[in-house]
Design a protein. Structure first.
Length: 92
């Protein structure tokens, strides 16, 4: 989490929930209609309206660099993996 760009009262409430500068905040799934976004912070999952989430600035850690992204478009991406190889035995 880099910063919260909201009025002081709204920012204070989010900080009480764990949205603190420097805290590990992970953008998780959104609602089917796109009205809310779930974030994982301090061991909890917290749903925020998209309008509120748009004012969070999250920092995405990449292997060689760190960049800031808008929380409404941030998505967690798994590490690159190779497909599992399956071996089939010929039973003919």
């Amino acid at each position: 989490m880099d910063k919260i760009d909201l009025p002081p009262d709204d920012a204070q409430r989010l900080m009480e929930l764990g949205f603190l500068p420097g805290a590990a905040v992970t953008a998780a799934q959104g609602s089917p209609l796109g009205h809310t976004r779930v974030f994982r912070v301090d061991g909890s999952e917290i749903a925020l309206r998209r309008e509120t989430a748009a004012h969070l600035v999250l920092r995405t850690a990449l292997p060689a660099e760190t960049t800031a992204t808008d929380a409404t478009s941030a998505e967690t991406k798994p590490a690159e993996t190779k497909p599992a190889e399956t071996k089939r035995e010929d039973t003919t």
